[in-house]
Design a protein around this ligand. Structure first.
Ligand code: AMP
Ligand code: MG
Length: 342
């Protein structure tokens, strides 16, 4: 295995760093397996390409890198970029032009809000902010005021409160603030697939911080991924992922704030305005990465009681939920596909 090139891009004045490194292995004369490593939006991304030409590798590196940089800038609500501008305009009561891709994602978020009975809600940025769960806020020293939480919830903010005039968005709600964190990785996986397919790449694994999409297969065999214990991160099971499938995991251990010695997770229950503590992790396999991402977040919020209803509502066959008492809920298809490690 040899490292053949490394690229690092830093934008002055921005907190994100995008880095890409390229590793060559399994060398043949024309086509090789390649692994591209990127770091963007605070997340490690690795893209493994199987049997690709040097030209495909070069173009994939350039195009993925540029897309991840664009997304890091424009899909993050708390820094200057398109989503920030959309939120700012809507907050001042104006209607705002939204680029076609972001408009599509926001509309899908609204659809998932309806499907999930509001468990998934991408319009709760004001609550995320109140809890100090967004990355650039100072760590809060006290719990948010219940009156502030109640004021936000009373307004029933959500992506469904956005009304559209073609791709111009506006809202009558005083509290809608889009936070696409629950759906963005799925959308980025979807975009990465489009980029690779357009380059004629048929076999690849795109891994964005542990959420991954498989294209084709790995040297003739289905890709296999490990599932780790949410408590000690040791491998507990493995799962094979077919061509075109995505596996997404949401976990409350991924990001949290600590207030008075207690941890509060980054996934909020839109019904109470409080971070979820009844679920630990949810894993979903589906052919639609955007739906899988939204559904994993919704399952965390719904918890064991709503596992069956939510998997049905989203049309998901392969799902697993671990709740805070360690109980595991599985769909029948997940049960059949999982290989437990003794
Ligand atoms: P995920 O890791 O996909 O479950 O997404 C978690 C992120 O989604 C959080 O960091 C927030 O940005 C956002 N979020 C938090 N609670 C919700 C919710 N109930 N519905 C949708 N997005 C949420
Ligand atoms: Mg999600």
């Amino acid at each position: 295995m040899s490292r053949v090139s490394g690229v690092q891009v830093r934008k002055r004045g921005m907190r994100w760093v995008l880095a890409a490194a390229l590793t060559l292995y399994g060398c043949g004369p024309q086509q090789q397996d390649q692994r591209l490593d990127f770091y963007a939006f605070g997340t490690e991304i690795s893209v493994t390409l199987y049997s690709v030409t040097a030209k495909q590798t070069l173009l994939a590196t350039e195009q993925l890198q540029s897309h991840y940089a664009d997304v890091g800038h424009n899909w993050y609500p708390w820094r200057r970029g398109e989503l920030h501008a959309i939120n700012t305009a809507m907050r001042s009561g104006s209607r705002v032009d939204v680029s076609p891709r972001l408009a599509d994602i926001i509309r899908r978020a609204a659809e998932f809000e309806l499907i999930s009975g509001g468990r998934f809600n991408a319009g709760l940025g004001r609550l995320t902010e109140l809890w100090g769960l967004h990355e650039i806020s100072a760590t809060p020293s006290a719990l948010p005021d219940n009156a502030d939480i109640a004021a936000i919830l009373a307004d029933r903010p959500g992506a469904v409160r956005i009304d559209w005039d073609q791709n111009r968005a506006g809202t009558r709600s005083d509290f809608v603030m889009l936070d696409l964190g629950g759906i963005a990785k799925g959308a980025i996986l979807e975009d990465s697939v489009t980029i690779l397919r357009e380059l004629g790449i048929t076999d690849a694994i795109i891994n964005i911080g542990g959420d991954l999409t498989v294209l084709g297969n790995v040297r003739g065999r289905p890709a296999r991924i490990g599932i780790r214990s949410p408590s000690n991160r040791s491998p507990i099971a493995s799962l094979s992922i077919d061509d075109g499938e995505t596996v997404v995991t949401s976990g409350i251990y991924e990001r949290f704030v600590e207030i008075d010695g207690r941890r509060y997770a980054h996934i909020l229950n839109p019904a109470t305005g409080y971070p979820v503590d009844h679920s630990v992790s949810a894993t979903i396999v589906h052919v639609d990465p955007v739906l899988a991402d939204a559904a994993a977040t919704a399952l965390i919020v719904g918890g064991a009681d709503e596992f069956d209803a939510l998997t049905q509502a989203f049309g998901i066959d392969v799902a697993l939920l671990i709740d805070s008492s360690g109980d595991v809920r599985l769909t029948q298809s997940m049960r059949e596909r999982l290989h437990w490690i003794e």
